[in-house]
Design a protein around this ligand. Structure first.
Ligand code: GLA
Length: 387
């Protein structure tokens, strides 16, 4: 991949002297969805898929960015210090937001740079291509300019950038998973305390399979922000009687006893999901540690049902994928993953039956939806690195 990136750099900028190549991963969340901004637990792993950058400093203050995935021949050039958002949907707002966020934190770079990005994560699939380009940018700038920032702070800074520069009020999960990934492990993260444990993912004779509905999660940001404020409204109602800091602080028993405090039925459903999903995530972590994949799979399915019915972030395509998956005995668990409204499912499938099962799901999905889905068998990968 290093050679490929250097070649790309040469094609875009003429020569590759002094160029360095970096990588940061995307992520898939096994369970614990829409719990991160609610102070609950999440259980993602970094992927071996992600985003690559070939980069070098410039002598002037220009920042030149090129994406092999999107712009196809179009270099986006800015002057360091001009932090206006180019236009709302331009991909370069993600990496440029990181340059902005660094400055907000008092970290100034002493020159411009030129960079080529290439990602092998499908965009808009809910596998955190945006977090991966953010973490990659922060990491490569740290290596290039030599400032002091740990990986956990990189994750927080990238979240800050996405919240404040890109207007997506995301939680910490994606940036954390990308920055802190460890090969062969999932990350069990308590988002309220930022305490985490690496859980070995040992799935004898089973595989983690991501199923891409190929429905882009385009309405994502506004609906996402709406869910977040609905959860916050529910929390406020609980706080009139309970000394809790977040929905993640609440037990199921507390929720059931005090749910009448939340008068809006929609807000109540949102809170129900957040509280129960947090419990499921803790149970799933224990199930994985006990190597009880059947139980892990059951929790994944419950998670999907709750995201569909109570949190209402699923969509027809994701639901079809899940119900087709559940027709097969070799599917231990399956659920939507990521923010929702399109994107991917994650599943655990028996290795021996994998190819038959994906063939069957693929053809039923196409019949029902009218276009194809894609399958990726994945392994938990490591965090950012220089190649
Ligand atoms: C998106 C956000 C995350 C998280 C998930 C839902 O991926 O970026 O912070 O909230 O949705 O679990």
């Amino acid at each position: 991949m290093k050679e490929k990136m250097l070649k790309l750099f040469r094609q875009v900028y003429g020569d590759d002297s002094g160029v360095r190549v970096f990588f940061a991963p995307g992520r898939v969340n096994l369970i614990g969805e829409h719990t991160d901004y609610n102070g609950g637990h999440v259980f993602p792993c970094a992927l071996t898929l992600g985003t690559y950058a070939a980069v070098r400093k410039r002598a002037d203050k220009k920042i030149r960015m090129y994406s092999q995935n999107i712009t196809r021949g179009n270099i986006i050039e800015r002057e360091y210090g001009d932090f206006s958002v180019i236009n709302k949907n331009n991909w370069s707002n993600y990496p440029y937001g990181v340059v902005w966020a660094l400055q907000q934190k008092g970290i100034y770079i002493d020159s411009g740079f030129e960079v080529v990005y290439y990602g092998d994560i499908p965009a808009g699939a809910g596998l955190s291509s945006s977090a991966s380009i953010e973490v990659l940018t922060a990491y490569m700038l740290r290596e290039l300019y030599g400032f002091d920032m740990g990986l956990c702070d990189i994750a927080l800074m990238c979240q800050y950038s996405e919240n404040n520069y890109n207007g997506m009020n995301c939680g910490i999960m994606d940036q954390f998973a990308s920055a802190m990934g460890r090969k062969g492990h999932a990350i069990f993260l308590d988002t309220a305390r930022l305490e985490y444990e690496y859980a070995p993912v040992k799935l004898e004779n089973k595989k983690i399979v991501i199923m891409n509905t190929n429905k882009k999660h385009s309405l994502g940001t506004s609906k996402y922000n709406e869910r977040r404020s609905e959860s916050e409204a529910a929390l406020k109602a609980f706080q009139t009687k309970l000394p809790v800091k977040s929905l993640g602080d609440m037990t199921i028993e507390q929720f059931e006893e005090y749910k009448g405090l939340v008068s809006d039925p929609v807000h109540r459903k949102r809170a129900k999901h957040a509280v129960y999903e947090n419990r499921r995530t803790i149970q799933a972590y224990n199930a994985l540690a006990a190597n009880d994949i059947k139980q892990f799979g059951r929790l994944m399915v419950q998670s999907h049902e709750s995201l569909r019915d109570d949190y209402e972030v699923s969509c027809r395509e994701l639901d079809i994928m899940v119900s087709e998956g559940l027709k097969h005995e070799g599917v231990y668990g399956i659920r939507m993953t990521g923010g929702g409204f399109g994107g991917c499912c994650v599943s655990i499938i028996d290795s021996d039956r994998l190819s038959d099962i994906t063939k069957a799901i693929g053809s039923e999905y196409e019949k029902a939806v009218g276009y194809k889905c894609d399958f990726y068998t994945v392994l938990p990968g490591g965090g950012p690195a220089e190649l």
